[in-house]
Ligand binder design. Structure first.
Ligand code: HEC
Length: 150
């Protein structure tokens, strides 16, 4: 007897009055099935893995336009003097920056300000030069592009 059959059997036994003993057994079996299914579903719902993943994706999903703008702004600026996407030059690889801030909800603003003001101490002692000609809006686009590098 499987769990799916149990409710049907329960209906059948309601019609067959008199067989109280087997009726009770089947109701008990249906009850156990119900508890097992409920437990299985609640354990599926509470597993933190998939939920955390979708949250991380949300943090990293930026408008395609912003990412594309950021890519073009980087090409026009001096960033390539010190940065590459996939390896450390004078500054960290964009890929590594993306990994470091993957779970941060405030990374875009933080990195935009860091690009504008420059500074050191996060990746080492060498400072990044300030880019005061970059607006906060453009800085955020640069950050969004960098955070999307895989
Ligand atoms: C003179 C070299 C140099 C140039 C030019 C430069 N950077 Fe950097 N960048 C660095 C260094 C060095 C660091 C590491 C700073 C630190 O450790 O805090 C860095 C760090 C960063 C970080 C990570 C900041 C953090 O706090 O984690 C980002 C993002 C970044 N740079 C983006 C850019 C962008 C975009 C440009 C161009 C507009 C640019 N950089 C131009 C050298 C440079």
């Amino acid at each position: 007897m499987s769990c799916q059959q149990a409710p049907l059997l329960r209906v059948n036994t309601n019609l067959q009055m008199g067989q109280t003993k087997s009726k009770m057994k089947r109701i008990a079996f249906a009850g156990i099935c119900f508890v097992l299914i409920a437990w299985k579903e609640s354990s599926l719902n509470t597993t933190s893995g998939p939920k955390q993943n979708s949250q991380q994706k949300q943090v990293k999903q930026y408008a395609k336009k912003d990412i594309e703008d950021g890519k073009q702004l980087i090409a026009k600026s001096d960033c390539a003097t010190c940065h590459r996407s996939d390896f450390k030059l004078i500054g960290p690889a964009y890929k590594d920056v993306a990994i470091k801030y993957a779970a941060s909800a405030t990374a875009t603003t933080y990195l935009a300000n860091k690009i504008i003001k420059g500074g050191s101490g996060v990746w080492g002692e060498i400072p990044m030069t300030p880019h005061t000609n970059v607006s906060l809006r453009d800085g955020e686009k640069l950050a969004k592009y960098i955070l999307s590098v895989k």
